[in-house]
Design a protein around this ligand. Sequence first.
Ligand code: AMP
Length: 189
Amino acid sequence: MRLILLGPPGAGKGTQAKILVEAYGIPQLSTGDILRSAIAAKTPLGLEAKAIVDRGDLVSDAIVNGIVSERLDAEDCKPGFILDGFPRTIAQAAALDQMLIDKGVKLDAVIEIKADADELVRRVIQRSKESGGARADDNEEVLRKRLDIYKEQTAPLVAYYSDKGLLKAVDGMEPVEKVTSSIKSAIEG
Ligand code: AMP
């Protein structure tokens, strides 16, 4: 099973990805998690990405495309994967198409987790409180910027994947378990 979870920051992509990892036995591939680990470990990638991630901008397509291409070659991605937070631009989606052609595999579905902007701000503020401010990008100002970037650069992927017949939308405002069951029915038909 090869899936993309698409949706604005705070819509629940990470939460749902972790549940689907258990359900389907395939790994979650979160570019945000990979970048945060690199930042914490102060690797060359982390040092380059830190300021960009902290202010809520997008890291360059070249960097994230490289991360994903390398990660998709790992043995645990052979049975499938759940992409969480990638692609985020049309250029990344086109790069992913080419990677999948090169690797000889196809996507099964792109799940759009739909969410209301005001509710997202509320959730992210809550997440920030619970994590004791662990994520520098979890504050209202940065979040509003991330939502704007989502609208401008990532939302066009909805039409991109819809045109390919891969898009399935679910309501991300429902309780977590309900969202999971909607995703499972969307995938399993
Ligand atoms: P996320 O955990 O998916 O919300 O990502 C956190 C941050 O990592 C984003 O605000 C970006 O700065 C960076 N990031 C994650 N994925 C991507 C991507 N596909 N393209 C560019 N930047 C990304």
